[in-house]
Write a protein that binds this ligand. Structure first.
Ligand code: FES
Length: 109
C-alpha cells in the first residue's frame, strides 16, 4: 500500500528573517529551518561529522551553513558537504509555504 508524504506546519514565515536559523522538532526529529533570501529550507539538524546541531551554526554566505563545532560547511539547498571535515551530505527535506505558514514534508517510511 502506498503511503503519502506527511506535512507538518513548523513555523510562521514572519518569525524567520532572511539569514536566520530556527530549530524545530517534528515527529521526534530535529530539523534546522533556514531562510535563504526569502526561500525556506529544511535540513536534518545533525552534522554528519560528529552530530553537532547545525541550527547552532552560522550562515556564512547565502546558502552555506557552517557547523559550530569544527566549522565544516554544507550547502543548505542541496545538503552537500562543502568543506572538511564534513564529507557526507546532510539530509534535506522539502519545504512548502502557504502564505505565512511554513511546512516540512517527510517522505513515507
Ligand atoms: S561536528 Fe560538524 S564539523 Fe564536526
Amino acid at each position: 500500500m502506498d503511503q503519502a508524504a506527511r506535512s507538518y506546519v513548523v513555523a510562521n514565515a514572519a518569525d524567520l528573517a532572511p539569514g536566520a536559523i530556527k530549530r524545530v522538532e517534528v515527529d521526534g526529529r530535529g530539523i534546522a529551518l533556514f531562510n535563504v533570501d526569502g526561500t525556506f529550507y529544511a535540513v536534518n539538524d545533525s552534522c554528519t561529522h560528529m552530530r553537532a546541531r547545525l541550527s547552532d551554526g552560522y550562515v556564512v554566505e547565502g546558502g552555506i551553513v557552517e557547523c559550530p563545532l569544527h566549522f565544516g560547511k554544507f550547502d543548505i539547498r542541496t545538503g552537500k558537504a562543502m568543506s572538511a571535515p564534513c564529507t557526507v551530505a546532510v539530509r534535506i527535506y522539502p519545504v512548502a509555504r502557504d502564505g505565512d505558514l511554513i511546512s516540512v514534508l517527510f517522505p513515507p517510511g
